[in-house]
Design a protein around this ligand. Structure first.
Ligand code: GLA
Length: 736
């Protein structure tokens, strides 16, 4: 529900209230965000205090106690009396970047408008549109707020419109700013690197500005477009958390400023370091959308809300609510060294093991036998696949399996027919040599002619054979973000125009090929963000397939993104990234906590391993709906132990992982969460680490009772049988 009375806007549902007011007929002052309140009667009015130098910065000549430097705001402006991080900056033709945005009107309506050219959530309950105007420079800014009745979610975005006759340049346009009246927070963010994405970092807020950002032209492995402010006492299960997740896949910035009077400002949106946008008369600029999330039930509450929201209000298409096929991908099995025979052998084995989809990764096109050449040349290498993709796909289909293929459409190698024909199609600055990464260059998708080529090339590939799945990769970051087609004053638009171009291509392809399941990828999880999920419902989480590393990568990814969106595969030991040897059960259970698959040469497995895999695949088919479409809870995170719980209407599945075995440790009691205290749960499967069943030993527990009430499982918990082995993985399956 959204109300607007006596200059107060109150956005409210069963989970939160968000309140701001129009002050002095023009300023939007933020008043409250947190647990829901029925009515707002200003029990804690803003106090006008003459705050020395800040208090002397008066917005009204005779009022020493009214200064924007100390007032909480909704969309703060720079250049006047507020010296904190601004939400936007606009440079006018006269050279100034000092403007003034004042409230002029508002509208409340049902539903949620779409965002032109950008991915965005859909299906909201009500939207509030606030119109702000700069009367001198003649531009209008619209702030959009949408609430969703059944979730603690508030989405925000901003639109700039040039209503005057002179053009101006937007130098900075955040999607949202939020002011908090105190700074009693810890900041949670997700950092990483290639093959080490989304590690959870939690740190005390400190005075000054903290930033997570990317200038890489991708949301990146290094930082994720997500940030949370948690109360210091917030745990996985309790306490208040305020989070922001941006629906965007390019360069972004999220900043937190803890300022002089002990308040906190959060600003999130496009990264002004690599952005500007010139707006001519009548033109509009729309920012990406940010998803604000308030949890009064700790970090699990926050994650569960994001998972539900992204599954129900962001991910689209026929696979939205469908469990995903179990795949085998040939990348770590063969790398570039494959031919039709090898892939068919994989398919035969996949069929035998019960897998459902065979994915042909990099190396099937041009003359690509390593990563030096052929990106851009999207025609089949007939030396490897004499009967083309069609011949191979038909073979795979004839075995009752689905067929998928890898592409990397945004890139080009110098050694390619495409580059030889169009050397100017890449992002580069004239006169300077472009930088390389993995021998490749980036096609300038801000250009319509380049987009047309890419779209056409992909259309041809996708319709050249019966293709059920596409892995869309993007294996380098943007450098020399300069477009040969843009005039000098628009060069800083290149990165954002590229993203808009990419979204345009993806929109066209997912619309034209609704039966293809798309998985995005960027050197693993370098573009794992809510923007891409709008087009492609799953993402390859990381190029690191080691089960131990994956525990923290998947736990971090799950902070903001649903389980069903996380590609997770069983790979070979010793692991190709870290050389670790882990038991098949550990590798399997970790991969089962995502969209499951295999990424190793399954034909080389021993008969005993194959038999084990068959059982696991059959098991996964049984538990897949609960894992992929159910509710996910982190029971233990980090250190030596992780534990995860999945629940739907029929089942509760608990997984427990212990990385290293240690003596003199307490027996771990695993307490399940969120069950119904009065319902009973029947233990139908208990899978301890294999070693336990071989050795037996004093710790063998039989769980004789088999049926437990929810209260016992939550409060007494289940004892994890101790076992002297590293990399131990356990699973319990309860039927409701
Ligand atoms: C990236 C992907 C891998 C694989 C290779 C192929 O690194 O993340 O999974 O597809 O490219 O070159």
């Amino acid at each position: 529900m959204i109300s607007a009375e006596n200059n107060i806007f109150h956005l409210r549902n069963d989970f939160f209230s968000y309140v701001f007011e129009i002050s002095k007929g023009k300023h939007l002052l933020h008043r409250y965000w947190g647990r829901p309140i029925k009515e707002f009667h200003d029990s804690a009015p803003l106090q006008g205090i003459d705050r020395g130098f800040s208090g002397q910065l008066n917005d009204f000549e005779n009022e020493r106690t009214y200064s924007l430097d100390v007032l909480p705001q909704e969309y703060p402006v720079r250049g006047h009396t507020d010296f904190r991080i601004p939400a936007y900056t606009v440079e006018l033709e006269n050279g100034t970047n000092i403007t003034e945005l004042n409230y002029s009107a508002h509208k409340i309506f049902d539903g949620k408008p779409t965002l032109k050219g950008l991915p965005a959530s859909f299906g909201g309950g009500q939207t509030l549109e606030i119109e702000l105007k700069d009367a001198c420079a003649n531009f209008t800014v619209y702030l959009y707020y949408t609430i969703f009745e059944d979730l603690p979610i508030l989405t925000r975005s901003v639109k700039f419109v040039n209503t005057g006759s002179k053009k101006f340049k937007i130098q900075n346009a955040a999607s949202a700013a939020v002011d908090f009246s105190d700074n009693d927070f810890e900041i949670i963010s997700l950092y990483g690197g290639h093959a080490a994405e989304r590690t959870i970092q939690r740190q005390k807020i400190s005075r000054g500005i903290f930033e997570v950002s990317s200038t890489r032209g991708a949301s990146s492995h290094q930082q994720s477009p997500f940030i949370a402010l948690a109360r210091p006492d917030a745990t996985e299960f309790s306490g208040e958390v305020y989070a922001a997740s941006l629906i965007y896949s390019g360069s972004f910035a999220a900043k937190v400023e803890a300022e002089q009077f002990g308040t906190t400002r959060l600003v999130i949106g496009l990264n002004p370091e690599v952005f500007s946008w010139t707006l001519a008369q009548g033109e509009e600029f729309q920012t990406p959308e940010v998803v604000l999330n308030f949890s009064a039930t700790g970090l699990n509450g926050m994650s569960q809300a994001y998972h539900k929201f992204y599954r129900e209000h962001l991910i689209r298409g026929k696979f939205k609510d469908q469990v995903r096929p179990i795949l085998v991908n040939n990348w770590e099995a063969t790398y570039f060294d494959f031919n039709e025979e090898k892939i068919i052998a994989l398919a035969d084995c996949a069929k035998d093991l019960g897998l459902e989809l065979v994915v042909l990764d990099d190396g099937w096109f041009g003359k690509r036998n390593d990563d030096n050449s052929s990106l851009g040349d999207w025609f089949v290498n007939t030396a490897k696949l004499p009967r083309g993709l069609k011949g191979l796909a038909d073979e795979i289909h004839s075995r009752g399996l689905k067929f998928g293929v890898w592409v990397e459409p945004e890139m080009v190698n110098v050694d390619s027919e495409l580059y030889r024909a169009h050397p100017d199609w890449i992002l580069h600055v004239p006169d300077y040599k472009p930088s390389f990464s993995r021998h490749q260059l980036i096609l300038d998708l801000s250009r319509a002619d380049v987009r047309e080529y890419v779209l056409d090339a992909m259309r041809k590939v996708f319709s050249s054979a019966p293709i059920d799945y596409v892995k869309w990769d993007m294996n380098r970051h943007m450098t020399e973000s300069f477009s040969a087609k843009l005039p000098p004053e628009r060069q800083l638009e290149t990165q954002h125009r590229y993203m808009l171009g990419l979204y345009e291509i993806m929109e066209a392809l997912v619309t034209e090929f609704p039966d293809i399941l798309f998985e995005s990828c960027s050197g693993g999880g370098g573009r794992f963000d809510a923007g891409i999920l709008y087009y492609m419902p799953q993402t390859w989480t990381s190029d690191d397939t080691d089960a131990v590393c994956r525990l923290s990568i998947q736990a971090g990814t799950g902070l903001a993104f649903p389980i069903i969106s996380q590609g997770a595969h069983v790979s070979v030991t010793p692991n190709h990234q870290v050389g670790r040897v882990t038991p098949l059960q550990m590798r399997t259970f970790v991969a089962m906590a995502g969209t499951f698959g295999y990424e190793l040469d399954i034909t080389k497995m021993s008969d005993a391993e194959k038999a084990e895999v068959k059982d696991y695949v059959a098991l996964y088919k049984e538990i897949r709906p609960t894992i992929q479409l159910g509710k996910f809870t982190r029971l233990l995170t980090g250190g030596n132990e992780y534990a995860w719980q999945f629940e739907d209407d029929s089942k509760v599945i608990a997984m427990y992982f212990k990385i290293l075995s240690k003596p003199a440790e307490p027996i771990r009691i695993l307490k399940l969460a969120g069950l119904d205290a009065n319902k009973s749960y029947k233990l139908t499967k208990y899978l301890p680490p294999k070693k336990l069943s071989v050795d037996g030993g004093p710790q063998k527990i039989s769980f004789d009772a088999k049926t437990f009430n929810g209260d016992e499982l939550m409060y007494c918990g289940i004892a994890v049988p101790k076992i002297e082995t590293d990399f131990a993985a356990y699973m319990w399956i309860f039927e409701k």
